[in-house]
Design a protein around this ligand. Structure first.
Ligand SMILES: [Zn+2]
Length: 176
């Protein structure tokens, strides 16, 4: 992913939407041509918090996507990602993780029950990004899919029994 122009674009977006947030799109402009949005937003601005104590948001969410007018609603396609700091649900080790949605696509209506908030000529895409990221939070964070869980300490491991010599010595002692 290329984020090299992020700062410049963020400044531009900030200039355009100083009072409205970076994910606000002008519908008149959108009806003329697709709009590309790229930048980052912290979890507070996105109003995302995790209720799971095993998962913490470790930095701002990054987004890079194209918004298109479909005639009745809007189509979004692009990328979303957000860094996480997790605690493994099996072994309690802390580890870094990511939400990565490299091929995010979604469609949103501008009227009806689930419509995005439209204010005058502008529509705010923040709820779409928020929902997508919340939906992608891990349900059961694991440091690796094969994590064996907390391993017992060496002194707690029972000595192997049932080995060949043990079996024979037991048979001997039975005096069959
Ligand atoms: Zn683990």
């Amino acid at each position: 992913m290329k984020w090299s122009f992020r700062i410049k674009i963020e400044k531009t977006i900030y200039f355009c939407f100083r009072s409205m947030g970076p994910l606000v799109v002008n519908l008149k402009r959108l009806q003329k041509e697709p709009i590309r949005l790229r930048g980052s937003l912290d979890a507070q601005a996105l109003e995302i918090e995790t209720l799971d104590e095993l998962i913490q948001i470790a930095g701002p969410a990054r987004y890079s996507f194209v918004v298109q007018w479909t005639g009745q609603g809007i189509m979004i396609s692009g990328e979303l990602e957000m860094p996480l700091r997790c605690i493994c649900a099996r072994c309690l080790t802390e580890f870094d993780d990511w939400i990565r949605l490299p091929a995010w696509t979604t469609y949103a209506e501008l009227s009806g029950e689930d419509a995005l908030p439209v204010e005058g000529e502008n529509v705010d895409l923040t709820p779409l990004v928020r929902e997508e990221l919340i939906f992608a939070l891990p349900q059961h964070p694991l440091c690796s899919p094969e994590c064996p869980g907390i391993l017992p300490k060496e002194e707690d491991v029972p000595r192997p029994s049932g080995s060949a010599s043990n079996v024979w010595s037991i048979l001997d002692s039975l005096d069959l």
